[in-house]
Design a binder for this molecule. Structure first.
Ligand SMILES: [Fe+2]
Length: 182
């Protein structure tokens, strides 16, 4: 493929985001199924446990240095990018099974995963992954979280997006608190 072909085939993330927002709006305007409500509740519980565990683990070891914050951010960024490639895994499977209208949604989630990868690379460059404890904690959580998100996305994409919303809200609060301390 030529360079020109590549540029014309480049994902239009803005259009994809608008399309997905439209789909979610249509879903949200419909009746929320009982299954969704139960998953929503479990999502809140799960994120509360994950957040509480990370906060407890790092406040226990807190020595007041920037390095300490970067270690915690490394764990958060490792876990926070999981949903996007979990969505992509399921969407690839659905595409393999015959669905043909997933392209824009997949491009959006690929862009999101790429964006989150850069956050993770920044934390690694700052030394967030220097200890075996942090790497083990982050990767173990990411491994199990991946399978949970895959399962939820199969059952209810809306509930899976709710999970991402909770994670991103937590990330926003975490960085906002950090900036407030500075
Ligand atoms: Fe991030």
């Amino acid at each position: 493929m030529s360079v020109a072909d590549t540029s014309t085939a480049a994902p239009n993330v803005t259009e994809a985001a608008a399309a997905l927002q439209g789909q979610l709006h249509v879903q949200a305007s419909g009746q929320v199924r009982g299954l969704d409500e139960r998953i929503f509740g479990f999502n809140r519980l799960l994120i509360g446990i994950v957040k509480g565990s990370i906060d407890a683990a790092y406040s226990y070891q807190d020595d007041g240095t920037l390095r300490q914050d970067v270690r915690r951010f490394y764990v958060l960024e490792t876990v926070a990018r999981v949903p996007y490639f979990a969505y992509l895994s399921v969407l690839h499977l659905r595409e393999t099974l015959g669905e043909r209208d997933l392209r824009e949604t997949m491009r959006l989630h690929y862009a999101e995963a790429d964006n989150e990868l850069h956050h993770l690379l920044i934390m690694e460059a700052l030394g967030g992954n220097a200890t075996a404890f942090d790497r083990t904690l982050a990767r173990t959580m990411a491994f199990f979280y991946y399978w949970y998100v895959v399962g939820v996305y199969v059952l209810s994409p809306e509930a899976a997006y709710h999970l991402s919303e909770l994670i991103e809200d937590h990330a926003y609060d975490t960085y906002d608190d950090f900036l407030g301390e500075g």
